[in-house]
Write a protein that binds this ligand. Structure first.
Ligand SMILES: Cc1cc2nc3c(=O)[nH]c(=O)nc-3n(C[C@H](O)[C@H](O)[C@H](O)COP(=O)(O)OP(=O)(O)OC[C@H]3O[C@@H](n4cnc5c(N)ncnc54)[C@H](O)[C@@H]3O)c2cc1C
Length: 477
C-alpha cells in the first residue's frame, strides 16, 4: 500500500560469496545515494526486500528546509551556530538533489512546490514568529501569507524554493545509473550478522558470506544495539497518511507547528489528482489503536469516505537534538539515519558526508551529525526514552488482546505467545507474537493488516514475514 507505485525490475539476489571494499546495507534513499556518490569504488548494496520499499516507500516526499520549528529547537538544544549549519546542510542538499535529477535526467515528477508552515494553535504564534526570525536572519526569503487549504491557522509563512517528487521514480533513476556503472545491487538478500575479523568484516546473508573492509549501514533503524545505543538515544514517531482523490491540483505543501500535526501535499498521476494528508503523529510506544489514529486524520482533514483511496502508516527516527546520526560508529563502520522525518534532504546529506569520510576528505557537517555525540539533549531526554521504552515493553506484555481487535486473538501455545488473525474468508493466519528484535509483543494494525512492534517499529505481515526492521527475522511459527 502507498501512493508511490512499485516499479517492476529484474531482481538479482546474491548467489555467491563476495569480497568488496565497501558494503552498503539497505537499498533505500540513503543506501542508493551513497552508492551513487561512491560509484568509482569497489562496492555493492544488499537489500533485504526490494529497493525503495522501506520507509522511503511511504514518505510524503517533500523536499524542503521548512521543517516545522526545527531551527529554533536545534538552537535551544545545540546552539545558534549548529542551527545555522543544519540550515546550510538542508539548502545544499536541495541543490544536490536538483543537480542530480537534472544531470542524470531522472524522470521523477520533480516539481518546484512552495512550502507553507503555520501555527494551528494560538500558543504556537510566538514560536512560529521566532522560527521565521531565525530564517530571515539567515537570509531566507520567507513571507507571511495565508494558507491555501482550509484548516484552523493563526499565522502562516511561505518559502518558494522547495520541491516535491516521486521518491520511487527517483530511486529507480539512481538504480539505473548504478547498473550502468556495474555496481551490484542484491535484493531479497537480508543481512543477519556482521562480525569483525582481523582487518575486515564478515557479513552473513541467507546462504552466502560477504567480506568487506568497510560497512555502511543504511538500514534505517539498525537491528543491533551496540555501539550506537540507538534505543536510548532516540524514539520512533509513527504517522498516519490518508490519500484521497480531489478535483483540483494545488501546488503547495504545508505543515503545522503545533499539535495535532496537519501536513499535506498533492500528487498528479495521469488524470488523477490526489491529496496526501498526514497527521496523528506520535511516539510508537503510545497510542496503539491505529484505526483511531486514521479516524483522527480523516476528521482533521474533513475527508469523505468515498474520496479515500488508501490509508497507511510510516515511522521515522526522532533524535534528541533533531540532527541526524551520520558518520562513523566504529572502525570502518558508518551509518546514516535519524532524519526526524526529513529524509529526502538528510539522505542526500548522508550520502555526501559518508563519501567524504571514506575518502578522508574534510566535511563541514562531520561534527554536527557525529553519531557518537552525547550532549545535553541526550541527558535531558534520556528519562523520556527509558520511560517510553519500559512503557511500550510492559504494556505489550500485559495487554495482548486489545479492546479494539476485530479479527485477532492472542493466546499461549507450547509456552509461546501466538497471534491469530482470521481473514474475511475464515482462513487462520498464526504467527509468533513476539518481536525478534528485543522481545516486545506485537500489536495488530487492523487497517493495514500488519503486526507492528510498539517498541522499535518492526512490522510483519499476517503470515509472519518481516516487512520492516529493526527485526531482521520473521515471526513465522
Ligand atoms: C510518515 C512519514 C512522512 C515522511 N515525509 C517526508 C517528507 O515529506 N520529506 C522528507 O524529507 N522526509 C520525509 N520522511 C522521512 C523519510 O521518508 C525517511 O527518513 C527516509 O525515507 C529514510 O530513508 P532510508 O534510506 O534511510 O531508509 P529506508 O527507506 O527504510 O531504507 C532502508 C532499507 O534497508 C533495508 N534493510 C533493513 N535491514 C536490513 C538488513 N538486515 N539487510 C538488508 N537490508 C536491510 C530495508 O529493507 C530498507 O529498504 C517521512 C517519514 C515518515 C515516517
Amino acid at each position: 500500500m502507498g501512493i508511490w507505485k512499485e516499479i517492476k525490475h529484474e531482481i538479482n539476489k546474491l548467489n555467491e560469496n563476495k569480497e568488496v571494499d565497501i558494503l552498503i546495507i539497505g537499498g533505500g534513499l540513503t543506501g542508493l545515494l551513497t552508492a551513487y556518490n561512491l560509484k568509482n569504488k569497489n562496492i555493492c548494496i544488499v537489500e533485504k526486500n526490494q529497493i525503495g520499499l522501506g520507509v522511503t516507500k511511504n514518505t510524503t516526499a517533500k523536499i524542503t528546509y521548512l521543517q516545522e520549528r526545527i531551527y529554533t529547537k536545534i538552537s535551544s538544544l545545540r546552539g545558534y551556530e549548529d542551527a545555522k549549519l543544519y540550515l546550510k546542510s538542508q539548502l545544499e542538499s536541495i541543490d544536490n538533489i536538483k543537480n542530480i535529477i537534472e544531470k542524470e535526467k531522472i524522470d521523477c515528477d520533480f516539481t518546484k512546490t512552495p512550502s507553507y508552515i503555520f501555527a494551528n494553535t494560538k500558543k504556537e504564534i510566538k514560536n512560529l514568529k521566532k522560527e521565521a526570525e531565525f530564517l530571515i536572519e539567515n537570509e531566507i526569503d520567507i513571507k507571511e501569507t495565508t494558507l491555501p487549504i482550509e484548516t484552523k491557522n493563526y499565522l502562516t509563512y511561505k518559502v518558494e524554493n522547495t520541491y516535491t517528487f516521486n521518491p520511487l521514480k527517483f530511486i529507480h533513476g539512481i538504480y539505473k545509473i548504478l547498473m550502468k556503472n556495474n555496481i551490484k545491487v542484491y535484493e531479497e538478500t537480508p543481512i543477519f550478522d556482521i562480525k569483525k575479523e582481523n582487518n575486515h568484516y564478515l557479513i552473513t546473508t541467507n546462504n552466502y558470506k560477504i567480506k568487506a573492509k568497510t560497512i555502511i549501514l543504511a538500514t534505517h533503524y539498525p537491528y543491533f544495539i551496540y555501539p550506537l545505543l540507538i534505543p536510548i538515544k532516540s524514539y520512533l514517531e509513527k504517522s498516519y497518511i490518508i490519500v484521497s482523490k480531489v478535483k483540483e491540483y494545488k501546488n503547495f505543501s504545508c505543515i503545522s507547528t503545533g499539535k495535532p500535526i496537519f501536513s499535506c501535499r498533492y500528487y498528479k498521476e495521469g488524470n488523477n489528482i490526489y491529496q496526501i494528508s498526514l497527521g496523528s503523529s506520535h511516539n510508537t510506544a503510545f497510542k496503539q489503536n491505529d484505526e483511531k489514529c486514521f479516524n483522527e486524520v480523516q476528521k482533521l482533514f474533513k475527508l469523505n469516505n468515498k474520496d479515500i483511496v488508501m490509508k497507511y502508516s510510516n515511522m521515522d527516527i526522532i533524535t534528541p537534538d533533531y540532527i541526524p546520526f551520520i558518520g562513523e560508529i566504529k572502525e570502518n563502520m558508518l551509518i546514516g539515519c535519524g532524519y526526524n522525518t526529513w529524509g529526502m534532504t538528510n539522505s542526500v546529506l548522508a550520502s555526501s558526508l559518508l563519501r567524504d569520510i571514506i575518502n578522508n576528505k574534510p566535511n563541514k557537517y562531520k561534527n554536527l551529525t557525529n553519531p557518537k555525540r552525547f550532549n545535553l539533549s541526550n541527558l535531558i531526554k534520556l528519562p523520556y526514552y527509558i520511560t517510553s521504552g519500559i512503557y511500550s515493553y510492559t504494556t505489550s506484555k500485559l495487554i495482548k488482546n486489545k479492546s479494539w481487535y476485530k479479527h485477532v486473538i492472542t493466546k499461549r501455545k507450547n509456552g509461546d505467545s501466538i497471534g491469530i488473525y482470521i481473514d474475511d474468508l475464515g482462513t487462520i493466519h498464526e504467527v509468533k507474537n513476539k518481536c525478534p528484535h528485543l522481545g516486545c509483543n506485537l500489536v495488530f494494525n487492523e487497517i493495514e493488516k500488519t503486526w507492528d512492534c510498539p517498541c522499535h517499529s518492526s512490522r510483519f505481515d499476517i503470515d509472519g514475514n518481516c516487512l520492516k526492521g529493526p527485526s531482521n527475522k520473521d515471526i513465522k511459527l
